[in-house]
Design a protein around this ligand. Structure first.
Ligand code: FAD
Length: 374
Protein backbone atom coordinates (compact mmCIF):
# COMPACT_ATOMS: atom_id res chain seq x y z
CA UNK A 1 0.00 0.00 0.00
CA UNK A 2 1.03 3.60 -0.54
CA UNK A 3 0.74 5.37 2.82
CA UNK A 4 1.25 8.97 3.91
CA UNK A 5 1.71 9.79 7.58
CA UNK A 6 0.84 13.36 8.57
CA UNK A 7 2.77 14.51 11.66
CA UNK A 8 6.16 13.16 12.75
CA UNK A 9 5.63 12.92 16.51
CA UNK A 10 5.92 9.63 18.36
CA UNK A 11 2.55 8.38 17.02
CA UNK A 12 3.30 9.21 13.39
CA UNK A 13 6.88 7.90 13.52
CA UNK A 14 5.80 4.64 15.21
CA UNK A 15 3.04 4.03 12.65
CA UNK A 16 5.45 4.85 9.81
CA UNK A 17 8.09 2.40 11.12
CA UNK A 18 5.61 -0.42 11.77
CA UNK A 19 4.05 -0.10 8.32
CA UNK A 20 7.40 0.25 6.55
CA UNK A 21 8.60 -2.91 8.31
CA UNK A 22 5.53 -4.67 6.88
CA UNK A 23 6.62 -3.76 3.36
CA UNK A 24 4.39 -0.76 2.63
CA UNK A 25 5.54 2.32 0.75
CA UNK A 26 5.54 4.98 3.48
CA UNK A 27 6.30 8.68 3.54
CA UNK A 28 5.91 11.31 6.24
CA UNK A 29 5.13 15.01 6.29
CA UNK A 30 5.79 17.25 9.27
CA UNK A 31 4.64 20.83 9.83
CA UNK A 32 7.68 21.91 11.81
CA UNK A 33 11.31 21.91 10.75
CA UNK A 34 12.23 18.80 12.74
CA UNK A 35 10.74 15.44 13.66
CA UNK A 36 9.66 14.48 17.18
CA UNK A 37 6.52 16.52 17.89
CA UNK A 38 6.34 17.05 21.63
CA UNK A 39 9.00 14.40 22.22
CA UNK A 40 12.16 16.30 21.40
CA UNK A 41 15.36 16.66 23.38
CA UNK A 42 17.94 19.38 23.08
CA UNK A 43 21.37 19.83 24.64
CA UNK A 44 21.77 23.13 26.42
CA UNK A 45 24.59 24.89 28.22
CA UNK A 46 26.83 22.68 30.33
CA UNK A 47 25.92 19.69 28.09
CA UNK A 48 22.68 19.18 30.01
CA UNK A 49 19.92 17.52 28.01
CA UNK A 50 16.37 18.88 28.29
CA UNK A 51 12.94 18.55 26.72
CA UNK A 52 11.72 21.99 25.56
CA UNK A 53 8.04 20.85 25.52
CA UNK A 54 8.22 19.49 29.05
CA UNK A 55 10.19 16.74 30.73
CA UNK A 56 8.87 13.25 30.06
CA UNK A 57 9.58 9.76 31.30
CA UNK A 58 8.91 6.65 29.25
CA UNK A 59 7.21 3.83 31.11
CA UNK A 60 5.48 0.78 29.69
CA UNK A 61 3.86 -2.47 30.73
CA UNK A 62 3.50 -3.84 27.23
CA UNK A 63 6.45 -5.95 26.06
CA UNK A 64 5.79 -5.17 22.39
CA UNK A 65 6.08 -1.44 23.14
CA UNK A 66 9.25 -1.92 25.20
CA UNK A 67 10.90 -4.08 22.56
CA UNK A 68 9.89 -1.65 19.83
CA UNK A 69 11.30 1.53 21.39
CA UNK A 70 14.40 -0.25 22.69
CA UNK A 71 15.34 -0.96 19.05
CA UNK A 72 16.24 2.70 18.60
CA UNK A 73 18.16 3.63 21.77
CA UNK A 74 19.16 2.33 25.18
CA UNK A 75 17.14 3.63 28.12
CA UNK A 76 18.73 5.09 31.24
CA UNK A 77 16.60 3.24 33.82
CA UNK A 78 15.48 6.42 35.63
CA UNK A 79 12.52 5.45 37.85
CA UNK A 80 10.24 8.44 38.14
CA UNK A 81 9.48 9.86 41.55
CA UNK A 82 7.42 13.00 41.85
CA UNK A 83 7.06 15.29 44.83
CA UNK A 84 4.71 18.15 45.64
CA UNK A 85 5.06 21.18 47.84
CA UNK A 86 2.20 21.90 50.25
CA UNK A 87 2.44 24.73 52.79
CA UNK A 88 6.18 24.97 52.05
CA UNK A 89 6.87 21.29 52.76
CA UNK A 90 7.77 18.51 50.36
CA UNK A 91 5.43 15.50 50.11
CA UNK A 92 5.41 12.56 47.72
CA UNK A 93 3.01 12.49 44.78
CA UNK A 94 0.84 10.42 44.76
CA UNK A 95 0.14 11.27 48.39
CA UNK A 96 0.72 8.29 50.68
CA UNK A 97 -1.16 7.58 53.89
CA UNK A 98 2.13 7.82 55.78
CA UNK A 99 2.78 11.32 54.40
CA UNK A 100 -0.64 12.57 55.58
CA UNK A 101 0.75 12.31 59.10
CA UNK A 102 2.88 15.35 58.29
CA UNK A 103 -0.14 17.58 57.57
CA UNK A 104 -1.70 19.78 60.24
CA UNK A 105 -5.26 18.65 59.48
CA UNK A 106 -4.36 14.96 59.56
CA UNK A 107 -7.21 14.01 61.90
CA UNK A 108 -9.84 15.64 59.69
CA UNK A 109 -8.25 14.09 56.60
CA UNK A 110 -8.26 10.57 58.08
CA UNK A 111 -11.89 11.08 59.15
CA UNK A 112 -12.83 12.14 55.61
CA UNK A 113 -10.97 9.16 54.19
CA UNK A 114 -12.81 6.83 56.53
CA UNK A 115 -16.14 8.25 55.36
CA UNK A 116 -15.44 7.99 51.63
CA UNK A 117 -18.28 6.46 49.58
CA UNK A 118 -17.83 2.83 48.52
CA UNK A 119 -18.51 3.82 44.93
CA UNK A 120 -16.80 6.80 43.30
CA UNK A 121 -19.26 9.58 42.38
CA UNK A 122 -18.56 9.97 38.67
CA UNK A 123 -20.80 13.00 38.12
CA UNK A 124 -17.75 15.10 37.24
CA UNK A 125 -14.03 15.48 38.01
CA UNK A 126 -14.60 17.26 41.32
CA UNK A 127 -17.12 14.75 42.70
CA UNK A 128 -14.83 11.86 41.65
CA UNK A 129 -11.80 13.47 43.37
CA UNK A 130 -13.70 14.16 46.57
CA UNK A 131 -14.82 10.51 46.56
CA UNK A 132 -11.17 9.43 46.30
CA UNK A 133 -9.42 11.94 48.59
CA UNK A 134 -12.05 13.66 50.74
CA UNK A 135 -12.53 17.44 50.67
CA UNK A 136 -9.40 18.56 52.54
CA UNK A 137 -6.84 16.69 50.45
CA UNK A 138 -8.76 17.64 47.31
CA UNK A 139 -8.44 21.30 48.36
CA UNK A 140 -4.72 20.93 49.14
CA UNK A 141 -3.35 19.43 45.98
CA UNK A 142 -6.02 18.87 43.36
CA UNK A 143 -8.44 21.80 43.13
CA UNK A 144 -6.09 24.74 42.55
CA UNK A 145 -3.77 22.60 40.43
CA UNK A 146 -6.73 21.60 38.24
CA UNK A 147 -8.06 25.15 37.85
CA UNK A 148 -4.57 26.31 36.77
CA UNK A 149 -4.00 23.27 34.58
CA UNK A 150 -7.29 23.24 32.69
CA UNK A 151 -8.52 26.82 33.02
CA UNK A 152 -12.03 25.58 33.80
CA UNK A 153 -14.04 24.77 36.91
CA UNK A 154 -13.22 21.15 37.90
CA UNK A 155 -16.97 20.45 37.80
CA UNK A 156 -16.87 20.94 34.03
CA UNK A 157 -14.33 18.15 33.52
CA UNK A 158 -15.30 14.52 33.18
CA UNK A 159 -14.52 12.03 35.96
CA UNK A 160 -12.36 9.86 33.66
CA UNK A 161 -9.10 11.78 34.23
CA UNK A 162 -9.46 11.59 38.03
CA UNK A 163 -9.50 7.82 38.09
CA UNK A 164 -6.77 7.46 35.50
CA UNK A 165 -4.27 9.96 36.82
CA UNK A 166 -4.86 10.47 40.53
CA UNK A 167 -4.61 8.09 43.42
CA UNK A 168 -4.02 7.91 47.13
CA UNK A 169 -1.33 5.32 47.86
CA UNK A 170 -2.50 2.86 50.43
CA UNK A 171 1.03 1.49 50.84
CA UNK A 172 4.05 3.76 51.23
CA UNK A 173 5.62 3.10 47.82
CA UNK A 174 6.53 6.36 46.15
CA UNK A 175 7.23 5.78 42.45
CA UNK A 176 4.77 7.67 40.23
CA UNK A 177 4.31 4.78 37.82
CA UNK A 178 3.89 1.14 38.70
CA UNK A 179 5.41 -0.08 35.42
CA UNK A 180 8.62 -1.96 35.98
CA UNK A 181 10.15 -0.64 32.78
CA UNK A 182 10.90 3.09 32.98
CA UNK A 183 13.50 5.55 31.80
CA UNK A 184 14.54 8.14 29.27
CA UNK A 185 16.39 7.36 26.04
CA UNK A 186 20.12 7.69 26.73
CA UNK A 187 20.64 9.95 23.71
CA UNK A 188 17.32 11.78 24.05
CA UNK A 189 13.93 11.54 22.30
CA UNK A 190 14.99 13.34 19.09
CA UNK A 191 17.76 10.79 18.52
CA UNK A 192 15.36 7.90 19.19
CA UNK A 193 12.72 9.19 16.77
CA UNK A 194 15.21 10.02 14.03
CA UNK A 195 16.48 6.44 14.23
CA UNK A 196 12.92 5.12 14.23
CA UNK A 197 12.21 6.66 10.84
CA UNK A 198 15.58 5.81 9.31
CA UNK A 199 15.06 5.01 5.62
CA UNK A 200 11.59 6.62 5.46
CA UNK A 201 11.10 9.66 3.21
CA UNK A 202 10.29 12.71 5.38
CA UNK A 203 9.27 16.18 4.26
CA UNK A 204 9.56 18.75 7.03
CA UNK A 205 7.95 22.22 6.93
CA UNK A 206 5.10 20.62 5.01
CA UNK A 207 1.37 20.45 5.73
CA UNK A 208 -0.31 20.09 2.36
CA UNK A 209 -1.09 16.74 0.77
CA UNK A 210 -3.56 15.21 -1.66
CA UNK A 211 -5.33 12.21 -0.08
CA UNK A 212 -6.21 10.92 -3.54
CA UNK A 213 -2.54 10.08 -4.09
CA UNK A 214 -2.48 7.48 -1.28
CA UNK A 215 -4.26 4.29 -0.28
CA UNK A 216 -4.34 5.55 3.30
CA UNK A 217 -3.42 8.83 4.98
CA UNK A 218 -2.61 8.45 8.67
CA UNK A 219 -3.48 11.65 10.45
CA UNK A 220 -1.59 12.38 13.66
CA UNK A 221 -2.23 16.13 13.22
CA UNK A 222 -5.26 17.93 14.77
CA UNK A 223 -8.47 16.37 13.46
CA UNK A 224 -10.48 19.63 13.65
CA UNK A 225 -7.89 21.47 11.57
CA UNK A 226 -7.86 18.69 8.97
CA UNK A 227 -11.64 19.07 8.65
CA UNK A 228 -11.44 22.89 8.32
CA UNK A 229 -13.00 23.36 11.78
CA UNK A 230 -16.37 22.40 10.26
CA UNK A 231 -17.87 21.54 13.67
CA UNK A 232 -15.88 24.08 15.70
CA UNK A 233 -12.50 24.16 17.38
CA UNK A 234 -11.41 21.49 19.84
CA UNK A 235 -9.86 23.08 22.92
CA UNK A 236 -6.38 22.32 24.17
CA UNK A 237 -4.23 23.59 26.98
CA UNK A 238 -0.62 24.47 26.36
CA UNK A 239 2.34 25.19 28.61
CA UNK A 240 4.69 28.16 28.87
CA UNK A 241 8.18 27.38 30.15
CA UNK A 242 10.64 29.30 32.29
CA UNK A 243 14.10 28.03 33.17
CA UNK A 244 16.40 28.43 36.10
CA UNK A 245 20.02 27.33 36.35
CA UNK A 246 21.83 25.93 39.34
CA UNK A 247 18.97 26.54 41.78
CA UNK A 248 18.71 24.66 45.02
CA UNK A 249 16.55 21.54 44.58
CA UNK A 250 14.53 20.15 47.48
CA UNK A 251 15.39 16.47 47.11
CA UNK A 252 17.39 14.65 44.40
CA UNK A 253 15.12 11.61 44.72
CA UNK A 254 12.41 13.57 42.88
CA UNK A 255 12.85 14.44 39.18
CA UNK A 256 9.68 16.54 39.17
CA UNK A 257 7.92 18.52 41.89
CA UNK A 258 4.28 19.66 41.62
CA UNK A 259 3.47 23.16 42.86
CA UNK A 260 -0.29 23.03 43.59
CA UNK A 261 -0.32 26.22 45.65
CA UNK A 262 1.86 28.35 43.37
CA UNK A 263 -0.11 31.19 41.72
CA UNK A 264 1.13 30.38 38.18
CA UNK A 265 3.29 27.30 37.83
CA UNK A 266 1.99 23.75 38.14
CA UNK A 267 5.36 21.98 38.44
CA UNK A 268 9.10 22.16 38.08
CA UNK A 269 11.41 19.53 36.57
CA UNK A 270 15.08 18.93 37.17
CA UNK A 271 16.58 17.56 33.95
CA UNK A 272 19.90 16.47 35.42
CA UNK A 273 18.03 14.01 37.66
CA UNK A 274 15.74 12.76 34.87
CA UNK A 275 18.57 12.25 32.39
CA UNK A 276 20.85 10.88 35.11
CA UNK A 277 23.59 13.26 34.01
CA UNK A 278 26.60 13.97 36.13
CA UNK A 279 27.33 17.68 36.31
CA UNK A 280 28.08 20.34 38.86
CA UNK A 281 25.33 22.42 37.16
CA UNK A 282 21.59 21.91 36.90
CA UNK A 283 18.72 23.06 34.71
CA UNK A 284 15.21 23.38 36.14
CA UNK A 285 12.11 23.95 34.02
CA UNK A 286 9.01 25.69 35.41
CA UNK A 287 5.71 24.95 33.66
CA UNK A 288 2.81 27.41 33.48
CA UNK A 289 -0.44 26.27 31.82
CA UNK A 290 -1.93 28.57 29.19
CA UNK A 291 -4.83 28.37 26.75
CA UNK A 292 -3.57 26.98 23.44
CA UNK A 293 -4.47 29.23 20.51
CA UNK A 294 -3.69 28.82 16.80
CA UNK A 295 -0.16 30.12 17.31
CA UNK A 296 0.82 27.88 20.22
CA UNK A 297 1.48 24.15 20.46
CA UNK A 298 -1.66 22.20 21.47
CA UNK A 299 -0.68 19.92 24.36
CA UNK A 300 -3.49 18.64 26.54
CA UNK A 301 -6.94 17.96 25.01
CA UNK A 302 -9.59 19.53 27.25
CA UNK A 303 -12.00 16.60 27.52
CA UNK A 304 -15.22 18.32 28.54
CA UNK A 305 -18.50 16.68 27.50
CA UNK A 306 -18.96 19.35 24.83
CA UNK A 307 -15.48 18.90 23.34
CA UNK A 308 -15.90 15.12 23.34
CA UNK A 309 -19.18 15.54 21.44
CA UNK A 310 -17.50 17.76 18.85
CA UNK A 311 -14.65 15.25 18.49
CA UNK A 312 -17.13 12.46 17.90
CA UNK A 313 -18.64 14.37 14.97
CA UNK A 314 -15.16 14.82 13.49
CA UNK A 315 -14.34 11.16 13.95
CA UNK A 316 -17.52 10.08 12.14
CA UNK A 317 -16.78 12.51 9.32
CA UNK A 318 -13.17 11.34 8.96
CA UNK A 319 -14.20 7.69 8.95
CA UNK A 320 -16.56 8.45 6.08
CA UNK A 321 -13.65 9.67 3.92
CA UNK A 322 -12.51 6.16 2.99
CA UNK A 323 -8.78 6.71 3.34
CA UNK A 324 -8.00 9.02 6.29
CA UNK A 325 -7.21 7.27 9.55
CA UNK A 326 -6.71 9.39 12.70
CA UNK A 327 -4.18 8.33 15.35
CA UNK A 328 -2.31 9.89 18.27
CA UNK A 329 -3.00 12.66 20.71
CA UNK A 330 -4.22 15.13 18.07
CA UNK A 331 -5.99 12.74 15.70
CA UNK A 332 -7.92 11.07 18.53
CA UNK A 333 -8.20 14.16 20.77
CA UNK A 334 -7.01 12.15 23.71
CA UNK A 335 -4.11 12.47 26.13
CA UNK A 336 -1.92 9.44 25.52
CA UNK A 337 1.17 8.57 27.47
CA UNK A 338 4.06 7.72 25.18
CA UNK A 339 3.63 3.96 25.60
CA UNK A 340 -0.05 4.32 24.71
CA UNK A 341 0.76 6.42 21.64
CA UNK A 342 2.95 3.52 20.43
CA UNK A 343 0.30 0.99 21.46
CA UNK A 344 -2.34 2.82 19.39
CA UNK A 345 0.01 2.73 16.38
CA UNK A 346 0.35 -1.06 16.82
CA UNK A 347 -3.42 -1.48 17.16
CA UNK A 348 -4.09 0.60 14.06
CA UNK A 349 -1.93 -1.48 11.72
CA UNK A 350 -4.64 -4.11 11.11
CA UNK A 351 -7.29 -1.42 10.55
CA UNK A 352 -5.06 0.51 8.15
CA UNK A 353 -4.29 -2.60 6.12
CA UNK A 354 -8.03 -3.28 5.64
CA UNK A 355 -9.14 0.36 5.57
CA UNK A 356 -10.83 0.52 2.17
CA UNK A 357 -12.45 -2.90 2.62
CA UNK A 358 -14.40 -2.07 5.76
CA UNK A 359 -17.42 0.24 6.01
CA UNK A 360 -17.20 3.72 7.48
CA UNK A 361 -19.33 2.54 10.41
CA UNK A 362 -16.85 -0.30 11.10
CA UNK A 363 -13.91 2.10 10.90
CA UNK A 364 -15.62 4.46 13.33
CA UNK A 365 -16.41 1.65 15.80
CA UNK A 366 -12.93 0.12 15.65
CA UNK A 367 -11.08 3.42 16.03
CA UNK A 368 -13.35 4.47 18.86
CA UNK A 369 -12.76 1.15 20.62
CA UNK A 370 -8.98 1.52 20.29
CA UNK A 371 -9.03 5.09 21.61
CA UNK A 372 -11.21 4.01 24.53
CA UNK A 373 -9.00 1.05 25.42
CA UNK A 374 -5.99 3.30 26.08
C1 FAD B 1 3.75 18.48 28.91
C2 FAD B 1 3.60 17.02 28.62
C3 FAD B 1 4.35 16.09 29.33
C4 FAD B 1 4.24 14.74 29.03
N1 FAD B 1 4.96 13.85 29.77
C5 FAD B 1 4.85 12.54 29.50
C6 FAD B 1 5.58 11.58 30.28
O1 FAD B 1 6.31 11.92 31.21
N2 FAD B 1 5.43 10.27 29.95
C7 FAD B 1 4.63 9.85 28.93
O2 FAD B 1 4.55 8.64 28.69
N3 FAD B 1 3.95 10.74 28.16
C8 FAD B 1 4.04 12.07 28.41
N4 FAD B 1 3.35 12.96 27.65
C9 FAD B 1 2.59 12.48 26.47
C10 FAD B 1 3.47 12.45 25.19
O3 FAD B 1 4.00 13.72 24.97
C11 FAD B 1 2.60 11.99 24.02
O4 FAD B 1 2.32 10.63 24.21
C12 FAD B 1 3.26 12.13 22.66
O5 FAD B 1 3.75 13.40 22.46
C13 FAD B 1 2.23 11.80 21.60
O6 FAD B 1 2.79 12.00 20.37
P1 FAD B 1 1.89 12.32 19.09
O7 FAD B 1 2.71 11.94 17.94
O8 FAD B 1 0.54 11.71 19.22
O9 FAD B 1 1.65 13.90 19.15
P2 FAD B 1 2.74 15.06 18.88
O10 FAD B 1 3.99 14.79 19.60
O11 FAD B 1 2.07 16.36 19.16
O12 FAD B 1 3.02 14.98 17.33
C14 FAD B 1 2.15 15.52 16.35
C15 FAD B 1 3.00 16.05 15.21
O13 FAD B 1 2.15 16.48 14.15
C16 FAD B 1 2.69 17.69 13.63
N5 FAD B 1 1.62 18.41 12.90
C17 FAD B 1 0.60 19.11 13.45
N6 FAD B 1 -0.20 19.60 12.47
C18 FAD B 1 0.33 19.17 11.29
C19 FAD B 1 -0.06 19.33 9.92
N7 FAD B 1 -1.16 20.02 9.59
N8 FAD B 1 0.71 18.75 8.96
C20 FAD B 1 1.83 18.06 9.30
N9 FAD B 1 2.24 17.87 10.59
C21 FAD B 1 1.49 18.42 11.56
C22 FAD B 1 3.21 18.41 14.83
O14 FAD B 1 4.14 19.42 14.49
C23 FAD B 1 3.84 17.26 15.61
O15 FAD B 1 5.18 17.06 15.23
C24 FAD B 1 3.39 14.31 27.96
C25 FAD B 1 2.63 15.24 27.27
C26 FAD B 1 2.72 16.58 27.58
C27 FAD B 1 1.86 17.56 26.81
Amino acid sequence: MKILVVGAGLSGCSAARLLKDRGHEVSLIEKRGEVGGLCITRTGDDELRYEPFGARTFHAKSSRVREFVARFDDFNGYVHRKGMIINGRLFPFPMTKAAIDGLEEKERIFEELKNRPAIIDKTNFETACISIFGRTLYGYFVKNYTVKMWGVDPKELTAEWAQKRLELREDDSEGLFKDEWQGLPCHGYSFLLERMIDGIHVMVNTTSFDPAGYDVVILSAPIDHAMDFKFGRLQYRGLRFDYSKDEEWEDDDYGTINLPQHPRYIRKCNFKILHKQKSSHSLVQYQEPVAADEKSVPMYPVNTEENNRIFDRYLKKVCATKNICPIGRLGLFKYLNMDKAVEVAFDMVAIIESYSEITSEERYKKIKAIAKSH
